[in-house]
Design a protein around this ligand. Structure first.
Ligand code: PEP
Ligand code: CO
Length: 405
């Protein structure tokens, strides 16, 4: 049993000897699906825990070293991909395009920043979404909300929205297919996803005899989102015991004290590369909100990599209720971020984007989507609106220019 100290809501440190892949169960876990049959869920997760891991410890350690360079200012991080990945063949087909796009954009970022680029996909595991409400009204029906294809189906019927644990297996096999597709196309791409559904993540956490550490082997770089980063909550506790490099999204409600406590929990040994903080404040708030956080984290002795997600603080709805983001607002947050990190006394370390290699029309801006009326042509996202390659290039170039030494 975990000790009371481990579970105290104000714990600042994990006793590595007490953490286990399942100790999160004693803490509040928000944003978890209401699985209809616990026995069926247990059978699926038990099966998952016997399947081969998806990532190698050597690759995870190599990324930790790369991210140490990012945190030290010698390299720059570009992380990107879908808000929510599809399952099956479609995910594997899209993967090569995303890898190529990330590589090309990484080069552009590296060239003007004068630093080496480290690219990481939101890929091979980005199948679950945190939502602002557990239900949604569709016509005259109140339905459970869509939580990503790892959990349920977006079709607006009660049956489709029922959480189905067998989807955890579809997620695993899709992730495997995506990783194989990338490996087959030459040159690996490191993977990341929001570590949301803890049943899945626990089943893919394995002990490494050589180092004596636990590694999450569903991905290389797990992150916790802005909605699940509670101090004393299950998600941060889960990250705390892993040997992987980890990341946390930080939104405008976070105080400097929150940021310092997240760092104390996830980076107690103050190791550059261990922790990446992803700022997602919104264009109007980044200048005010971010500098005090950056300053407090540095004053507490943590060498984290600060990167910018200029997407999630800038989502708006069009007149017909479609979610979108305006490229000029996204650019404004991204360049404002560079100035805000420097105002806080640190050096900006990169970008986190929702993007796809397809020529979609989900965000407004650039020649193919001059205004909201053009969003309908190719709006395919399963969740949030993604940048198309042209739009992503505009954001990357603006940040590269702002980061120029
Ligand atoms: C996301 O990255 O898709 C997401 C939900 O982010 P956030 O936690 O920052 O809202
Ligand atoms: Co999103």
């Amino acid at each position: 049993m975990p000790s009371p100290r481990l579970l105290a809501p104000n714990f600042e440190e994990i006793d590595a000897g007490l953490w286990r892949p399942d100790t999160w169960r004693a803490l509040p876990a928000v944003q978890q699906p209401d699985w209809p049959d616990p026995g069926e869920l247990a059978a699926v997760t038990d099966y998952l825990s016997g399947l081969p891991p998806l990532t190698a410890v050597g690759e995870i350690r190599a990324l930790r070293d790369d991210l140490a360079q990012v945190a030290e200012g010698a390299a720059v991080l570009l992380q990107g991909g879908d808000c929510a990945e599809p399952l099956g063949r479609a995910a594997a087909e899209a993967a090569r395009g995303k890898r190529g796009l990330l590589a090309a954009l990484g080069e552009r970022l590296a060239e003007s920043s004068g630093r080496r680029a480290v690219t990481v996909g939101r890929i091979a595991g980005q199948f679950a979404k945190p939502r602002s409400a557990p239900t949604e009204q569709v016509g005259d029906r109140l339905l459970p909300v869509f939580r990503g294809l790892m959990v349920n189906d977006p079709a607006p019927t009660t049956a489709a929205r029922q959480p189905d644990p067998y989807r955890l297996l579809s997620a695993y096999y899709t992730a495997k297919q995506v990783i194989e597709e990338l490996a087959g196309a030459g040159g690996p791409l490191d993977t990341s996803h929001e570590t949301l559904i803890l049943e899945y993540e626990q089943a893919l956490t394995r002990f490494d005899d050589e180092s004596g550490e636990w590694f999450l082997r569903s991905t290389h770089l797990p992150w916790v989102g802005d909605r699940t980063r509670q101090i004393g909550g299950a998600h941060l506790h889960f990250l705390a015991g892993l040997g992987n490099p980890v990341a946390v999204k930080i939104g405008p409600d976070a105080t400097p004290e929150d940021a310092v406590r997240i760092c104390a929990l996830l980076d107690p040994h103050r190791l550059p590369g261990r922790l990446t903080l992803i700022s997602r404040m919104g264009a109007g708030r980044v200048a005010d909100r971010l500098p005090p956080l950056v300053h407090a984290v540095a004053a507490a002795g943590h060498r984290v990599a600060w990167i910018c997600d200029p997407m999630h603080g800038n989502t708006v709805r069009t007149g017909v209720g479609l979610k979108t983001r305006h490229l000029d607002t996204v650019v404004a947050e991204a360049t404002g971020f560079v100035a805000a990190v420097r105002a806080g006394g640190a050096e900006p370390a990169g970008l986190h984007l929702e993007l796809t290699a397809e020529d979609v029309t989900e965000c407004v801006g650039g020649p193919t989507v001059p205004d909201e009326s053009r969003l309908g042509r190719a709006y395919h996202s399963l969740c949030d609106p993604r940048l198309n390659p042209h739009q992503a290039g505009v954001v990357v170039d603006a940040v590269a220019e702002a980061m120029r030494p």
